[in-house]
Design a protein around this ligand. Structure first.
Ligand SMILES: [Mn+2]
Length: 328
């Protein structure tokens, strides 16, 4: 019997959610199964291909809801979890008790651990380290920006590898290790360790590129690095370089998308007030209240630039008015 697990690709929480789900499933649902892991990425156009849902069970973790009858499990914690009001209504009417949503969880991994323990008798002790780190990384709970960009912890090194990999077989190979081994051991695995030094070099280089590109105004950063191969850059670097910032809007590019990343500084001098998931939803993107993104097709580069500029203007106006007090 085949259990197919679809997870948020190139995301530490996505890979960890797939790891935790498969371990919980094998321990508490049935263990005579073969897991097949398949990454899902936000892109312009349709996100799912119905023909890919070919497992005996098909699970989606840390990614948007699908109303397909073939999806038998779903866990998500993104504020923008539903592609349409119809999908939200479909979820509300679901009677399966195997689809779960809670946007208050810092990470989908900790959400799965909690549900698996409370509803299915799973013992999460063995995955405590993974849960701890996904909450820190997905919830941006680092004590300061320096810690977030230093790349000292194995979990952060794994995040860097996961976010920048172009190898479709890498994350499916990594997931079983995340479910069973200490993270310090996972980074030392022979197919992982050699990837780190060039990525750390690229990370140091990205600091220089971003430093030269960031335009900081009204506590809001804007940068365009679409001419560099830097998708998957550490998203805390802009705040590390510009501690005065509240918001950031960045344009980056990969082979299949131009991405507008809209974020807020977790260590900002005053807290963000704009809901960034809502802003991104207006352009067909989504995310969480404090961080979101929009993916454009590579041939819609102009539209991406236009959206980025509109969002920067909106956030700068908001930062100006909230920092100067009410206008009379
Ligand atoms: Mn997540």
């Amino acid at each position: 019997m085949k259990v197919k697990v679809f997870y948020h690709d190139r995301c530490f929480d996505g890979a960890s959610s797939a790891a935790l789900f498969s371990r919980f499933y094998a321990e508490r649902i049935r263990n005579d199964v073969e897991f097949v892991f398949s990454g899902l990425l936000h892109r312009a156009g349709s996100l799912f291909n119905e023909a890919d849902f070919d497992g005996n069970e098909n699970a989606i973790v840390d990614f948007k809801y699908s109303s397909s009858r073939k999806i038998t499990w779903w866990f998500d914690h993104h504020q923008s979890a539903f592609l349409s009001p119809e999908d939200a209504a479909h979820f509300e009417q679901d009677q399966s008790t195997r689809k779960f949503y809670d946007p208050d969880f810092k990470s989908c991994t900790s959400f799965i651990a909690t549900i698996a323990e409370q509803r299915f008798g799973f013992n999460p002790a063995s995955v405590a380290e993974l849960v701890h780190w996904t909450d820190i990384i997905d919830g941006a709970l680092y004590k300061d920006a320096k810690t977030a960009v230093e790349m000292k912890e194995p979990a952060m090194q794994l995040t860097m590898v996961i976010e920048s990999t172009q190898d479709h077989e890498f994350i499916p190979r990594l997931i079983p290790l995340l479910a069973t081994k200490p993270l310090a051991e996972v980074v030392r695995a022979p197919f992982v360790a050699p990837l780190l030094p060039p990525l750390l070099e690229r990370h140091r280089n990205s600091l220089e590129v971003l430093k030269s590109r960031i335009e900081s105004r009204d506590h809001t950063l804007f940068f365009d690095i679409t001419d560099h191969d830097l998708e998957g850059y550490n998203k805390f670097v802009p705040y590390y370089l510009n501690p005065e910032s509240i918001y950031s809007v960045g344009l980056s590019k990969s082979s299949f998308r131009v991405k507008v990343s809209v974020g807020s500084n977790p260590w900002a001098p005053s807290p963000p007030i704009v809901n960034l998931a809502k802003v991104c939803e207006r352009y067909g993107g989504g995310g969480h209240a404090r961080v979101g993104a929009i993916s454009f097709d590579v041939n819609q580069h102009k539209e991406a630039i236009k959206a980025a500029h509109e969002i920067v203007d909106e956030l700068r106006a908001s930062a100006r008015s909230s920092l100067s007090g009410p206008v009379t």
